[in-house]
Write a protein that binds this ligand. Structure first.
Ligand SMILES: *[C@@H]1O[C@H](CO)[C@@H](O)[C@H](O)[C@H]1NC(C)=O
Ligand SMILES: *[C@@H]1O[C@H](CO)[C@@H](O)[C@H](O)[C@H]1NC(C)=O
Ligand SMILES: *[C@@H]1O[C@H](CO)[C@@H](O)[C@H](O)[C@H]1NC(C)=O
Ligand SMILES: *[C@@H]1O[C@H](CO)[C@@H](O)[C@H](O)[C@H]1NC(C)=O
Ligand SMILES: *[C@@H]1O[C@H](CO)[C@@H](O)[C@H](O)[C@H]1NC(C)=O
Ligand SMILES: *[C@@H]1O[C@H](CO)[C@@H](O)[C@H](O)[C@H]1NC(C)=O
Ligand SMILES: *[C@@H]1O[C@H](CO)[C@@H](O)[C@H](O)[C@H]1NC(C)=O
Ligand SMILES: *[C@@H]1O[C@H](CO)[C@@H](O)[C@H](O)[C@H]1NC(C)=O
Ligand SMILES: *[C@@H]1O[C@H](CO)[C@@H](O)[C@H](O)[C@H]1NC(C)=O
Length: 461
């Protein structure tokens, strides 16, 4: 996490999720129909030709680079802007027509001869990642271009594709387990849903280890291998429909007002997809069981529960069967998800490990322990609000000075402990170091028991 991350989180928090208006549902259905037609055509082509997606351009060109095109590939007249922000600051373009992706220029050209369209905004600078503030993302330009415009000198297609495509950045916070789901996998699910697997994913800032780790989920979004678009120098990939960026509404949440919701996009359906992917057997938690299973998400480097054994013991005394689990980078995700799914409740310190709530069965309970540091609001955004959308119940426990090692470093009336928010104005790295990386906990068992009892009550019915 970076300072920019904090600032933007503040921004996102303050902003209402206005978002640009998407096209009506009927048009989306029309698109699905036409896309299924495309894909049947593609299947046919697969039988007829071994060189699928590698065909020559079907456009005729003259010497000066001018291009004449058949009517079907002329730019579709749009009633809205081609590019905007889907919500908050998430750049997003919805393109249709004669689209040409030139990797070496990091540019996507939209060809047209319509002067009215060419008179409007003609170019956009796009960061195809849901959080615009993430540094070092490859920028892409989306550009409206007149046929035979010598200045732009757009090359002819070298690869024509019948599938629609989605171009997105795989960098950002993809090294973080939480952000892998909140910034990439869930938004990819939302964005690709309408294509039902018949879509090409073009990744800029490609990360091979990330693809390997989440291959099982990614293969639910597309039947094609993901293309490392940055390596496609010298080629022009052409599409008739393309999204640039990912649809992102809120962290691990999608409102019923989102147009995709009407198509069947929802967090419960995403969780069903995860259950299918990782062969998770339990859809519902076992309510009323005398011995519900509680997973304690453990950490080994920072934000450690020093008296974890006592916490586990207290939970056992209240009737829980306790499972201790630590997920690190090398964990077999499928196996780990199955372990989580076998539990009815999960407790852990604010941190990426809580993302595993995605695999808990419905009606399960999530308990977030929130460290000192005035981070309650984003603890809520990350792990407090999403459980409701997952049909899970949520409890939180605010750690006090007495329970934190920070309480031993500073006098109890020190502003660092009493008014942590004021320190948020300082460098984010400092906050991270002082509040998040430099704190272990000795949980007050008597106080925490109340939270465990509440969890047990919730699991009764
Ligand atoms: C989208 O968000 C970015 C980042 O905040 C902002 O610079 C840009 O103006 C926004 N674009 C639109 C069309 O609102
Ligand atoms: C050109 O685009 C404008 C605005 O999008 C549209 O009203 C007009 O019908 C288009 N002209 C042609 C010839 O397609
Ligand atoms: C484009 O804009 C120019 C002036 O900015 C105007 O003279 C011209 O009529 C416009 N063309 C169309 C097709 O709207
Ligand atoms: C257009 O492309 C051709 C072939 O790649 C090249 O020879 C020519 O110089 C280019 N023109 C401009 C204006 O970039
Ligand atoms: C899960 O619980 C819901 C009620 O919360 C119930 O309607 C549904 O039938 C249950 N599903 C299974 C598979 O037990
Ligand atoms: C991960 O665990 C599952 C069973 O839970 C197993 O089928 C699979 O082979 C394992 N994958 C790796 C890479 O070990
Ligand atoms: C934790 O602290 C926040 C912020 O002070 C507060 O809104 C919330 O109610 C507290 N939660 C509990 C369970 O006390
Ligand atoms: C913290 O510990 C002190 C001394 O043990 C005690 O007096 C105080 O009530 C405790 N505060 C909380 C919030 O538990
Ligand atoms: C927290 O515990 C870990 C593991 O025992 C230790 O390496 C680290 O230094 C501790 N941090 C603090 C702030 O006490």
């Amino acid at each position: 996490m970076t300072k920019a991350n904090l600032i933007s989180r503040l921004k996102i928090y303050r902003k209402s999720f206005c978002g640009i208006k998407l096209k009506g549902i009927s048009l989306i259905w029309w698109l699905i129909l036409s896309l299924s037609l495309w894909s049947s055509m593609k299947t046919l082509r697969n039988y007829m030709s071994q060189t699928d997606d590698e065909g020559h351009s079907n456009f005729q060109s003259s010497r000066n680079g001018a291009v004449s095109i058949s009517k079907t590939t002329e730019l579709v007249v749009k009633k809205k802007e081609w590019c905007g922000n889907i919500s908050g600051d998430a750049n997003f373009c919805d393109l249709e027509g004669d689209i040409r992706v030139q990797a070496d220029k990091a540019t996507i050209f939209l060809m047209t001869s319509n002067e009215t369209i060419l008179n409007s905004t003609r170019s956009w600078d796009i960061k195809p990642y849901p959080r615009f503030y993430v540094p070092n993302l490859r920028h892409w330009t989306v550009k409206l271009v007149r046929y035979n415009d010598k200045d732009d000198n757009v090359s002819l297609c070298t690869q024509n594709h019948n599938n629609p495509s989605i171009l997105f950045s795989m960098y950002g916070h993809s090294g973080n387990y939480y952000h892998s789901f909140s910034d990439l996998l869930f938004p990819l699910y939302i964005t690709s849903f309408e294509f039902q697997g018949d879509v090409d994913l073009l990744a800029t800032d490609y990360r091979v280890s990330w693809v390997t780790k989440f291959q099982d989920i990614l293969s639910r979004f597309t039947r094609q291998p993901i293309l490392d678009i940055d390596k496609e120098n010298g080629k022009i990939h052409c599409y008739k429909k393309m999204f640039v960026g990912l649809k992102f509404y809120r962290d691990l949440l999608i409102d019923q007002s989102a147009p995709e919701y009407a198509l069947g996009v929802s967090m419960p359906n995403f969780r069903q997809l995860l259950r299918d992917t990782y062969l998770l057997e339990r859809k519902n938690a076992t309510l009323g069981s005398v011995n519900p299973r509680l997973m304690i998400v453990t950490r080994t480097k920072t934000r450690i529960i020093i008296n974890q054994d006592e916490v586990a013991q207290a939970a056992r005394e209240l009737g829980f069967v306790v499972v201790l689990a630590e997920a690190d980078g090398s964990t077999n995700l499928s196996k780990f998800a199955q372990g989580v799914n076998s539990c009815d409740a999960m407790v852990g310190i604010h941190g990426a490990g809580l993302t595993n709530m995605l695999f808990l069965p419905d009606n399960g309970v999530v308990i977030q322990l929130i460290p000192l540091g005035g981070i309650e609001w984003w603890a809520k955004v990350d792990f407090g609000y999403p459980p409701a959308g997952m049909n899970l119940r949520y409890l939180e426990y605010n750690i006090t000075t007495n329970e934190s090692t920070l309480g031993k470093l500073y006098p109890s009336d020190h502003p660092f402990l009493t008014h942590p928010e004021t320190f948020h104005k300082a460098k984010w790295e400092l906050i991270l170091k002082l509040y998040l990386d430099n704190q272990n906990f000795t949980i007050d068992i008597e106080r925490f028991k109340h939270t465990l009892v509440k969890a047990m009550e919730l699991l009764k019915n």
